[in-house]
Each structure stands twice: as C-alpha cells, then as structure tokens.
Design a binder for this molecule. Structure first.
Ligand code: GTP
Ligand code: MG
Length: 370
C-alpha cells in the first residue's frame, strides 16, 4: 500500500506540516510529522489545495550493504546490455518489443514456446541484448524508487505521425535522472503522414541532437508493425553498449534484481530475476529482499530449463519461501544457514524501520496541532 510521510508530503505540496496535520485531524486522522498517511488521505488533502497526487512506490529497501565486494578488473568480461523501452502511450512500445522478439527470437527458435517472464534476450551475430519486457516509465521509476539499477540503455519510442508528447518528455527526464544513454526509435515511419524530421526537431529542442545534425544522439527509423529497421536498432544498441564497456564477473556467486514475481498455484512463488553479476545456479541458497530461498528450477524466456545463468540473463526461478517485489535485490550465499541468517537479519531490520516510522510521541503530536 502506498504511504507518504506527513512532513515530506507537506514539503511536496508547499505547506507547513502543522497546517497539514490540522487538516488531517479535521478528517479524523491523527498523525504526527513523522508518521505516514495513506494515498487516499494524501489525495484528499492535496485536492483542497488544487493539487493532484500521483501514486509512487515507497522506498523501504534494506541494502545488502555490509556485503559489498570489489571485482578484480582481470575477472571482468563483457556482458549484454539491459534495455528498457519507453515512450508516449500508443507510440508502439509493445509492438516494438514484439517485433524485436519475433524477428530475433522466434526465427532462431522455430517451434519454441515463448512465454512471458518479464524480460527476454535476443541475439544478433553472436552478441546478446536483454530487453525488459515491461514497457513504460512506470516500471522503470518504480524500480528506481526502490533503489534498483537495472537498465543500461533506454530506447525512446516516438511515433513519427504524432511527434513528441508529454510522456515522451517524462520518459526522457527519467532516463536523464538515471544517467543512462538514450537511443531514439522513430516509429510508424510506414504511415503516410509520418514526419521523422519533426520528431528530430522537437527532440533537439530538448537536447537530444541527432548525430547527422552534429549531436550525439542516435535516431533509428523503424516500423514496429512492418518489422522494418529492427536489426539496425539492435546494431545501434550494441554500438552504444560497446562504448559503455559493460562488464561483469561470471565466476562468483550471483546478485541481481527481481523484475516481477507472482504466486503460482502449482509451483509456489515464481520470480523473474535479472542476474547482474556472477552466475546463478540451480541449488543456490539466496536471499531475495527479506525472503530466503533455494533455487529449485530455472527457465529462460523460451521455457528452456537452465542449470545456470550468467550476467545480464533474465531467468524465471522457483524455490523462494515467499513472493518478492519487483525491484527487490537478491544475493546468493555460500550455504543455507548463511542465507537464512541474512534473510532473518534483513527482515528484522525492515520491521525495525517500519516501527520507527510508526512510533507516536504524544508530546510531538500536541505541540504540532496547536
Ligand atoms: P501503450 O502500452 O498503451 O502505452 O501503447 P504502446 O506504446 O505499447 O503502443 P502499441 O504497441 O500498443 O501500439 C499502439 C498502436 O499503434 C497499435 O494499434 C499498433 O498496431 C500501432 N502501431 C505500432 N507500431 C506501428 C507502426 O510501426 N506502424 C503503424 N502503422 N502502426 C503501428
Ligand atoms: Mg503497450
């Protein structure tokens, strides 16, 4: 459930905390500056000031902070880039993700059953690219809000017949905040009223200058519907990835991030995870968020059973004791005992943090509502 800290909320809407607390009090909600209120209460208060409230994910991640380890540069090898597709509604994100999947996955895996696991990997001349199959800036910002850094490159989809729209700019600002390079896919170039130059002009006004105009942003013309320009887009992604020198160490225990998770009636908790460093193996003892688990089975997006998965590989795993959240970090430990201990410590720390937030001091309350 989404909640927001009263003090923070007051600052967000530009009001004094005491004023907000009074308004809450009048609504029958007793809260101090350090407490959290729910989304509905926040919406109600904000609406009194003519402000609209957007849902946002609350940050409550306990880091695997004590277990930071450094990789010897000699142990690092190139890893595939992880790409997120963003853009305005109806500009063709889903169609583009499908087109990429169909042209580069189905072709090579005739008869293979692709299943939705939240991410997939494609191959181009022996080089791989991982796509997060959850388009839109919401998944991206939700993950970032939880401290997860999974995306290396953003593909910004702009329909050539529609041009730059509000969500195009929103996606752009999210990508900039995350500090990831942006490749523009000018989509729907098959349409008679397509005007790719207008897209370039509009984006140039926002600082994305095309290479052919002397800037450093790559623009690729595509038709997701007709599968045109897909390979060129993939080539450009690989080019940008090469410049970024993305590296990881496959010869160590894995860590990474949950992309999505659910409870499956037959298989129990099922999570799609992205391995970001190391290699994940069947039988590994791990902690996901605050949950203990032991990898029972591992499948790729084609439903193939795997015994191990290296850096930048998305896999669906079973064997967790509970369902984690998208954006949760995971880490493998040397054995079950260690993993269980860490999971308990993290769960305890999380509970403590939650309690601290809810702690009410009456003095504090009364000093604020006068
Ligand atoms: P949301 O998920 O709702 O934000 O939309 P989206 O960005 O995923 O767009 P989607 O892929 O659903 O495409 C929207 C519409 O545009 C659909 O009717 C697609 O068939 C159409 N479309 C997508 N790409 C192309 C294209 O290259 N050419 C043409 N002509 N139509 C396209
Ligand atoms: Mg879509």
């Amino acid at each position: 459930e989404e909640r927001v800290n009263v003090g923070e909320f007051a600052r967000m809407i530009g009001r004094e905390p005491a004023e907000v607390i009074k308004k809450l009090f009048m609504l029958g909600i007793v809260a101090t500056i350090n407490q959290d209120i729910d989304f509905d209460a926040a919406t109600l208060i904000a609406s009194e000031y003519g402000i609209e409230v957007e849902k946002k994910v609350v940050i409550n991640e306990v880091e695997f902070e004590t277990i930071e380890e450094q990789d010897d540069p000699a142990s690092l090898v190139p890893r595939p880039p992880v790409v997120t597709v963003m853009g305005h509604v109806d500009h063709g994100k889903t169609t583009l993700l499908d087109a990429i999947r169909k042209t580069r996955v189905a072709a090579q895996e005739a008869g293979g059953i692709t299943q939705h696991i939240g991410a997939y990997q494609v191959e181009l001349d022996g080089r791989f690219i991982t796509f997060l199959d959850t388009p839109g800036h919401e998944a991206f910002t939700a993950m970032r809000a939880r401290g997860a850094k999974v995306t290396d490159i953003v593909v910004l989809v702009v329909a050539a017949d529609d041009g730059v729209m509000p969500q195009t700019l929103e996606a752009l600002s999210h990508a900039r905040d995350a500090g990831v390079p942006i490749i523009v896919a000018v989509n729907k170039i098959d349409k008679p009223d397509a005007n790719p130059d207008r897209v370039k002009q509009e984006l140039a006004e926002h600082g994305l200058i095309p290479e052919e105009w002397g800037g450093d942003t790559i623009f690729v013309h595509v038709s997701a519907l007709r599968h045109q320009g897909i390979d060129e887009l993939l080539e450009m992604i690989l080019l940008v990835a090469e410049m970024r020198e993305l590296r990881a160490n496959p010869n160590k225990r894995a860590r990474g991030t949950v992309i999505e998770a659910k409870l499956d009636r037959g298989r129990g908790p099922v999570a799609t995870v992205l391995v970001q460093n190391g290699t994940l193996k069947v039988g590994d003892a791990l902690v996901v968020g605050t949950i203990y688990g032991r990898v029972r089975s591992m499948h790729d997006h084609l439903g193939r059973r795997l015994t191990e998965a290296g850096p930048s590989t998305p896999v669906e795993i079973t064997g967790l004791e509970d369902v984690p959240e998208a954006g949760d970090a995971f880490m493998v430990f040397e054995d079950d005992a260690k993993a269980k201990q860490i999971a308990e410590e993290r769960a305890l720390k999380k509970r403590e943090q939650e309690l601290k937030k809810k702690h009410v001091s009456l003095d504090e309350l009364f000093s604020q509502i006068q």
